[in-house]
Design a protein around this ligand. Structure first.
Ligand code: MLT
Length: 249
């Protein structure tokens, strides 16, 4: 029997190349790694009100429909995890299993919402460069900053190629996303949670607590990884993913 395809959803402010190593490594599975609206090579400038987790999820479902793909294993990183929650909430029949990397269920606090607006203003004034300068220090593990300059460069370049309107739109979607905590206990598909041991944006302890709230969820901690595990520890993540996917049959 053919494996169910894997849908890889990137985080903010990234594009599908976040997953380039995993797409290359998971050769037994068909991998679908789109650019969300406003990211990478996605086309057409949209208005800020066109951005929400719901709109991202609708885009992804439309892509699956166009590709005649029914069920998928959804693997989302951070904002991609928020989109995964949206898919589990609204399109549960399409999700065979879920992999939640470096993400959390809670909505933004009032303080975090103000931070989104401040970063959007910064993006409008200083472009993607200002966003990269603001985010890079906390996106990557301390050991990545010290020992993997090529990864630091790659993540910076990925941020720099994102259009400002897409960054600003994503910040609106992030700011206004719903709280997915009530969903956790109702998830009935296999779930793998992957945390980085030095993730300064979503601490591993918070992800472990989320794993306890999802029936039967597995939890894996990746060593020497910050918030961008797919590029900071590619082989380790690929091994974890293929172990989970292989066990699904
Ligand atoms: C991401 O990587 O998608 C962002 O860190 C998400 C967030 O800021 O909540």
């Amino acid at each position: 029997m053919a494996h169910v395809p894997v849908l890889l959803i990137h985080g903010f402010p990234f594009d599908h190349l976040l997953w380039r190593y995993q797409v290359g490594a998971l050769t037994r599975w068909r991998c679908i790694a789109p650019d969300l609206r406003g990211a990478g090579a996605s086309s057409g400038a949209l208005a800020i009100d066109d951005f929400s987790m719901g709109a991202y999820a609708d885009d992804v479902i439309a892509l699956l429909d166009r590709s005649r793909v029914g069920q998928v294993v959804v693997c989302g990183l951070s904002m991609g995890g928020y989109v995964t929650f949206e898919l589990l909430r609204r399109f549960p029949g399409r999700v065979r299993a879920a992999i939640l990397c470096n993400t959390k269920a809670a909505a933004d606090t009032p303080e975090a919402k103000l931070g989104r607006d401040a970063l959007a203003a910064r993006a409008q004034q200083g472009g993607a460069r200002a966003v990269a300068d603001a985010l890079l220090p906390k996106l990557l593990a301390r050991v990545t900053h010290e020992a993997q300059p090529a990864v630091v460069r790659e993540v910076r370049e990925m941020i720099l190629r994102q259009p400002v309107w897409g960054i600003v739109g994503a910040l609106r979607a992030l700011r206004d996303r719903p709280d997915s905590t009530p969903l956790l206990g109702r998830i009935r598909v296999p779930v793998l949670i992957v945390a980085g041991d030095d993730d300064q944006i979503v601490p591993a302890a918070e992800m472990e607590a989320m794993a306890h709230a999802i029936p039967g969820a597995q939890f894996t901690l990746v060593a020497d990884a910050g918030h961008v595990t797919p590029l900071e520890q590619p082989p380790a993540l690929a091994e974890v993913l293929s172990g989970f996917l292989g066990a699904l049959g």
